[in-house]
Design a protein around this ligand. Structure first.
Ligand SMILES: [Fe+2]
Ligand SMILES: [Fe+2]
Length: 214
């Protein structure tokens, strides 16, 4: 059967649909099983729960941004293989988003109220770097995933020792972000200039500090 070519309007509608399902909790069913699904809940004090929820809210906000970045990149990617690769990564990021949301509910909390801001900012950055060409867009993804991995590592240090459920989710996310970064490098990512890397770190810091509380 011949595949139908997507028109710009199809893409726009698909993009709007994705934005809505990302921002509006509940995100819906993840395609893959939650890595914390078979793990028993442990006894956490109120203080530990609040801290774990803050960290998982930051991770959820990161996944909102990841959705937007990959969708933004996919929309302007020139090479159809790269577009597909980004779409595949976006699907995995959607599972991460749903797992984080599930964990937030279990911890008696909720996602960041600023999700629409995280989404629109990241979408604009994704599309803008994509317009510069695939190698820069891939470079942006490789650097983002590298920074995200480092950040998830720090959360593994910070999460309460006995919060096995959050740890299982963050561990699988870290492994998959690492893979996304490697795939981007293999596909021809350019290394971003150091000042831009620093700017990205600064932006991420503002976002993580805010999403922990809001
Ligand atoms: Fe992710
Ligand atoms: Fe990723």
């Amino acid at each position: 059967m011949q595949e139908r070519q997507l028109t710009p309007l199809d893409r726009l509608l698909a993009g709007a649909n994705n934005a809505l399902r990302t921002i509006a909790a509940p995100a819906g069913h993840p395609a893959r099983k939650n890595p914390a699904g078979d793990i028993d809940e442990t006894d956490l004090s109120d203080k530990q729960k609040t801290h774990a929820a803050g960290l998982m809210r930051v991770n959820h906000a990161g996944e909102v941004a990841a959705q937007a970045l990959y969708q933004g990149h996919a929309m302007v990617a020139r090479d159809p293989n790269i577009e597909q690769q980004m779409q595949r990564a976006a699907n995995e990021e959607f599972d991460h988003l749903a797992w984080c949301e599930q964990r937030l509910t279990e911890l008696g909390s909720r996602p960041s109220v600023l999700s629409p801001i995280w989404y629109s900012g990241a979408f604009a950055i994704g599309a803008a770097s994509g317009i510069l060409g695939d190698k820069w867009s891939l470079g942006f993804i490789a650097e983002t995933e590298k920074q995200v991995c480092a950040h998830l590592e720090s959360h593994l240090e910070e999460l309460p020792d006995n919060d096995d459920k959050s740890r299982a989710i963050v561990t699988q996310m870290r492994d998959e972000e690492e893979e996304h970064g490697e795939n981007a490098i293999e596909a021809g990512a350019a290394e971003l200039p150091a000042p831009l890397q620093r700017l990205m770190k600064l932006t991420a810091k503002v976002m993580t500090n805010t999403a922990y509380r809001l």
